[in-house]
Design a protein around this ligand. Structure first.
Ligand code: SAM
Ligand code: SF4
Length: 439
């Protein structure tokens, strides 16, 4: 029997890329590759890239430069670039780095086996189409082997919103939802492999409108169908847009026990002027109203968000409006970034805020968000939360898992198996995790 070849994948960016990497690894598994953590052992290196912020492409070129020695040692080593940088740069990658064998966009990786045929013949393979066919239906069947208990499942891709700063509509294409029945089938397959928690993914996951048995269905309808999947204990979804929140989804947080009390709802800015220039099509007030309704449905819901500071024409007052919004919402967790100009987006034409000013604003915002995160964690002390254990901890006998609020929790867990869900009393907080005792 021929020995299996080794595949090394490095993933940047969002959870959708994590999901795509898993699917690409499975697809290449059918071509005789098994995963390795060590790049030096690899027969194939695949970089799954993100294009969301500045210098993404440059980082990939310098990463590729580091593989020169490996390619010299092993001329059979294959190198591929996937993801949103591949989509944006296309053939330019092969022109600048001729040692790259394969460039594949996020919408064409179901064609990897065919592309590998080309590569095996010593040719370069490039595919960054936006194909007609449904990629998911053309991917080989997922393996049956046991896997980690928490999984991502992409249900919606692409975006039609065209926020003025964002490359996603250009790199991921138009908004498309997968049919309900296929998602349920994939969820069942994951559960058979030991999965107990599924995070539904989409660039605008709450804009989901997939074909169901009786017409199209929104995200709340899909979650109601997933609620019926035996063995699936926890459901999450990300990322949502404030304008696509249907009443039924908000209500589901009060009625569906499997739906976890966590919401990631990016706002980007607290200034209506900036929101308008960002083409967000919502105001700070309308965002706050959505949050209020979630809190009515599920008072303990933990809120997370995304923020961009230093967007073109952001004044001190605009930034203070963002700080005020953050104080009003009180986030348990958040992601914040300095604005990064992306070629081809409408905002790229506009004058930049002084980078030093933007940095100082980001620092102040992050201090406030960090203080809120710490407070949220401290408030957990003394509470009993349900934790799904995912892996052994660093200390003998300890396991690490996630609470419903997505906090990492570690506890002495004699006899507890990966995938077990237990009630845990929180006794202490550390910078990025909680310590608990299993009840
Ligand atoms: N669809 C989601 C939404 O509407 O909020 C987010 C998608 S995007 C992949 C994730 C986050 O990256 C955004 O929420 C935004 O905060 C950040 N981001 C996107 N483009 C950016 C840019 N040009 N500069 C800085 N941050 C950016
Ligand atoms: Fe990008 Fe805006 Fe679409 Fe989110 S909603 S993916 S930020 S364009």
């Amino acid at each position: 029997m021929s020995e299996k070849k080794k595949l090394f994948i490095k993933t940047w960016g969002c959870q959708m890329n994590v999901y795509d990497s898993e699917r690409m690894a499975e697809s290449l598994g059918h071509e005789g590759y098994e995963p390795t953590e060590k790049v030096e052992d690899a027969d194939m290196i695949l970089l799954n890239t993100c294009h969301i912020r500045e210098k993404a492409a440059e980082k990939i070129y310098s990463e590729l430069g580091r593989f020169k020695g490996l390619k010299a040692d092993n001329p059979d080593l294959k190198i591929g670039v996937a993801g949103c940088v591949a989509q944006a740069e296309g053939g330019e990658i092969i022109r600048r780095q001729p040692m790259v064998d394969l460039v594949v966009g996020p919408q064409t990786y179901h064609r990897l086996p065919k592309m590998m045929e080309t590569v095996k013949q010593g040719k370069r393979a490039l595919d960054t189409d936006f194909p007609e066919e449904d990629k998911f239906e053309h991917l080989k069947l997922r393996p049956k082997a046991k896997r980690a208990p928490a999984a991502f499942l992409t249900v919606q891709e692409g975006c039609d919103k065209f926020c003025a700063f964002c490359v996603v509509p250009y790199t991921r294409g138009a908004e498309v939802s997968r049919p309900v029945e296929r998602i349920i089938r994939e969820a069942n397959e994951l559960v058979e492999r030991g999965v107990r928690e599924i995070t539904l993914l989409g660039q605008n996951v709450n804009a989901y409108h997939g074909q169901g048995p009786k017409g199209t269905m929104g995200l709340a309808g899909l979650i109601a169908e997933l609620d019926k999947v035996d063995g699936l204990e926890r459901i999450r979804y990300t990322t949502s847009h404030p304008n696509d929140m249907e009443d039924a989804l908000i209500e589901a947080h009060g009625t569906c026990a499997k739906l976890m009390p966590y919401l990631h709802l990016p706002v980007q800015s607290g200034s209506d002027k900036i929101l308008k220039r960002m083409n967000r099509n919502h105001t700070a007030e309308s965002y706050l109203r959505v949050i209020e309704r979630f809190r009515e449905a599920r008072p303990d819901i933990l809120l997370s968000g995304d923020f961009i500071v230093g967007f073109p024409e952001e004044t001190d007052q605009d930034f203070e409006d963002t700080m005020a919004l953050v104080r009003e919402v009180h986030y348990g967790q958040a992601y914040s970034f300095c604005y990064s100009s992306r070629p081809g987006t409408p905002a790229a034409e506009r004058a930049l805020v002084d980078p030093q000013v933007a940095k100082e604003r980001l620092h102040r915002l992050q201090e406030l968000l960090w203080e809120q995160q710490r407070q949220t964690q401290t408030d957990m002390i003394g509470r009993t939360v349900s934790v799904m254990f995912e892996k052994p901890g660093r200390i003998e006998g300890q396991m690490i898992g996630k609470s419903g609020y997505l906090h990492a929790v570690h506890a002495a867990a004699e006899g507890v198996q990966v995938g077990d869900i237990r009630d845990v009393k929180i006794i202490a907080t550390e910078s990025n995790s909680l310590t608990g005792e299993i009840l």
